[in-house]
Design a protein around this ligand. Structure first.
Ligand SMILES: NC(=O)c1ccc[n+]([C@@H]2O[C@H](COP(=O)([O-])OP(=O)(O)OC[C@H]3O[C@@H](n4cnc5c(N)ncnc54)[C@H](O)[C@@H]3O)[C@@H](O)[C@H]2O)c1
Ligand SMILES: [Zn+2]
Length: 361
């Protein structure tokens, strides 16, 4: 088992990573005998909830089961969950457990952040994306029709328990979407890891146990370090903002497609191709780095072009709503090298125009 820690003083918490954790009581010791409710979706309820219920002796009426999908990450669904918690008289000493992907983790964390001004929650991520990214770091949110993750809060979990066995039931398309966020870590901050992925991508896609464990541990260590340094994504542009490589373009794609057709990781994949393309047009990276990024993303079976129907103007309008906009200026995470991302508003807008025009052509 790998364990890493997110170092946040008295709010520090462990990330446990291994196969079979849902069957092991030890990694849930932090719950002690506190009251608990679990949030999950219908897919997980069918596939993995029974094992966890047995481990935690969790009765059915302590499990809140909602439909799967990004559309559930909504204010309406959060309100229904507040109702459910209040109806059960769930008190502040309780812990909310979230079993699922980023949707369940973001939504459950958001509810935990607001309910009675904040209760504890514990993340049990079951998608690759959630295990390498969304379950760690305390960003919680719901979507607004005008933009992704627009309503949210920072609220750190008390622990993260990532059982690698859960990935075996993940639909292949969801696995590939998670690989997008894995590639992101290499591109933004670790050239050696990017090169390692070029060698081991096929093993990762085949869920080779050793390669998968190594990948997830490496990504969690990177994320834990970044979060410890810049927990709340300092507005001036702290290191955490770099985790949004590809996301400003990607969020525009997700909003354009109504959060339904494209998976988050797929949109981010195309966004990273566009960020690399823009960086190359600016002369900040050599064209061969942009090509390597595009090739690895394509090899992972991820899209490298935005959906038909998107236009340069449409992109710009949607990107203008992004949280990375400051003082009316669009800021982008771009590359100054392989593994060397920067957040900046200081770029020639003609390069962005050229990237958008080439992408939608
Ligand atoms: N908080 C953060 O820092 C952060 C970071 C990255 C992404 N996110 C958010 O994460 C969300 C995407 O998360 P996701 O990609 O995990 O999607 P998801 O939560 O929608 O899960 C994807 C699908 O896979 C199913 N599923 C989950 N685990 C499964 C398993 N083990 N076996 C079979 N099916 C399973 C789910 O039911 C769902 O249908 C987005 O809303 C994104 O904004 C948040
Ligand atoms: Zn993401």
């Amino acid at each position: 088992m790998t364990q890493c820690t997110v170092q946040l003083g008295d709010r520090a918490y462990p990330i446990e990573i291994a196969a079979g954790l849902l069957g092991q009581t030890a990694c849930f010791d932090v719950l002690a005998d506190r009251p608990r409710l679990l949030l999950t979706d219908q897919n997980l309820a069918r596939l993995h909830l029974p094992r966890l219920q047995a481990t935690l002796s969790l009765p059915d009426d302590s499990c809140l089961i909602i439909p799967p999908g990004e559309l559930q990450k909504s204010w309406d669904q959060a309100e229904r969950l507040f109702d459910a918690l209040l109806a059960r008289r769930f008190a502040r000493d309780g812990v909310l457990l979230t079993l699922g992907g980023g949707v369940i983790g973001d939504l459950g964390g958001f509810v935990a952040a607001l309910y009675q001004r904040g209760i504890d929650f514990l993340q049990i991520p079951t998608t690759l994306l959630a295990q390498v990214d969304s379950s760690v770091g305390g960003k919680t949110a719901v979507n607004h029709p005008r933009g992704k993750n627009m309503i949210g809060a920072f609220h750190q979990p008390i622990a993260v328990v990532a059982d690698l066995d859960t990935l075996k039931t993940l639909p292949p398309r969801e696995l590939r979407a998670g690989v997008a966020e894995v590639i992101k870590y290499g591109l933004l901050g670790d050239a050696a890891f990017f090169a390692w992925l070029e060698t081991h991508l096929d093993a990762l896609l085949a869920l080779d146990p050793a390669i998968t464990a190594q990948t997830i541990a490496h990504c969690c260590q990177m994320k834990a370090r970044i979060v410890a340094e810049d927990e709340r994504e300092a507005v001036g542009g702290g290191v955490r903002a770099l985790l949004n490589l590809g996301h400003t373009f990607g969020h525009a794609i997700e909003t354009f497609t109504g959060y339904t057709e494209w998976l988050h990781g797929e949109a981010v994949a195309t966004g990273m191709v566009m960020a690399a393309d823009c960086s190359a047009r600016l002369g900040w990276i050599t064209p061969d780095i942009a090509t390597r990024a595009r090739d690895l993303i394509a090899r992972a079976g991820l899209p490298v072009k935005p959906p038909a129907g998107m236009t340069v103007e449409g992109f710009k309008d949607l990107m203008g709503h992004d949280k990375k906009v400051a003082k009316g200026q669009l800021r982008l995470v771009l590359l100054r090298g392989l593994g060397a991302a920067v957040l900046t508003a200081d770029f020639d807008p003609a390069a962005l125009d050229a990237t958008l025009a080439a992408a939608v052509a």
